[in-house]
Write a protein that binds this ligand. Structure first.
Ligand code: SF4
Length: 344
């Protein structure tokens, strides 16, 4: 590699932070900086003090045709459950009130190690999403699951959400609803099965907030298939939704599929999709008016309910409260994205 590309100074494996830093320091002597030299060796968390991302694995065993992550990060490698729980425990000890569980595929946690039994505080724990959620649920903070692949195993964590162990919140990228497009994307789950599953989840846990992402204008998507996606939205009544117009990432297999959708059509479909969802989101938020909800305050005058993840979902605007603390807010009005209220 270095013979072919002499300007490359070092090559490391993925997520080898130490290796990268060693190489950097070999070639670039670190100047003395009285501010950064005071940074503790364990680093500095970049999120506000009251919430933190908890990465449970790296890489992915799926091969979605629009995605190049597996070719860059490799197959799934789960972190040992004891290590994940120690990190979570330390974060909570340092004042974190919300843990955001992240990975490329949270529901696959432990598949690579055959759900090996690990240990935390002397207790055996399976390297598995359900066991992890149960253990995180004992820490007494908000626990939010991101990037959950729509497997049947997701059903296992819904009772835990209903019981208050972890937040009733699922960030679950469905990507599309047309069975043919899902096959072309190499995604699982036919739409009608997904709809039945959503209904069953809501019956078990009526408080459940579902966030999802979709792609409009995937190669070969016909107008009828796009309409199928809109009909799915009407039916699924998801709480929070993001939609991307298909973007041909270099190296993605989907780029070679026949009948690419022209860029203007992709954009137009994304716009129509978001317009449709805006009505659903607005109605969902309106139903919260008059309720008194627990809010975690992120900044002066801005907080989030358990239905809102930081940065991607909506907010609650109100006066008073203390940043980084929970408070109760009575909701007075809403719009398409946000809620407005007053301290209860
Ligand atoms: S989209 Fe997600 S699940 Fe699919 S290959 Fe990429 S990282 Fe894996």
């Amino acid at each position: 590699m270095q013979a072919a590309h002499p300007s490359v100074l070092a090559v490391t494996g993925p997520h080898d932070t130490d290796g990268v830093m060693q190489a950097v320091h070999q070639h670039l002597k670190k100047p003395h900086d009285p501010f950064t030299d005071l940074v503790p060796p364990q680093g500095v968390k970049l999120t506000p003090k009251h919430y933190a991302y908890l990465k449970i694995s790296e890489g992915c065993n799926h091969r979605c045709s629009f995605c190049i992550i597996p070719s860059m990060r490799g197959d799934l490698v789960s972190r040992p459950i004891g290590e994940v729980m120690n990190e979570a425990h330390n974060l909570v000890g340092a004042g974190v009130k919300e843990l955001l569980v992240i990975s490329q595929d949270t529901s696959a946690y432990g598949v690579d190690v055959k759900y090996r039994t690990g240990f935390w505080q002397g207790r055996p724990l399976k390297t598995r999403m359900k066991a992890l959620c149960e253990a995180l649920g004992t820490l007494g903070v908000w626990v939010r699951l991101h990037y959950v692949y729509p497997y049947p195993s997701v059903d296992e964590v819904i009772p835990l959400m209903a019981g208050g162990g972890i937040l009733p919140y699922l960030d679950i990228p469905f990507q599309h609803a047309s069975p043919r497009i899902l096959r072309l994307m190499k995604r699982p789950a036919a739409a009608e099965k997904v709809l039945a599953r959503i209904r069953a989840w809501r019956a078990m846990c009526p408080e459940l907030t579902i966030r999802s992402t979709f792609i409009a204008g995937f190669p070969g998507e016909t107008e009828a298939e796009f309409e199928e996606l809109l009909a799915f939205l009407d039916e699924a009544q998801l709480d929070r939704v993001g939609c991307f117009a298909y973007s041909p990432v270099e190296g993605a297999k989907a780029n070679a599929l026949p009948d690419p959708v022209p860029e203007a059509v992709r954009e137009d479909r994304r716009r129509r999709f978001m317009e449709r969802q805006a009505k659903i989101s607005a109605a969902k938020l309106k139903a919260k008016v008059g309720k008194t909800l627990q809010v975690l305050m992120d900044a002066p005058g801005v907080g989030r309910t358990m239905a809102d993840a930081p940065e991607i979902d909506g907010t609650v605007r109100f006066r008073g409260g203390k940043v980084g603390e929970f408070c109760m807010v009575t909701i007075a009005r809403s719009d398409e994205h946000d809620l407005y209220g007053r301290l209860a």
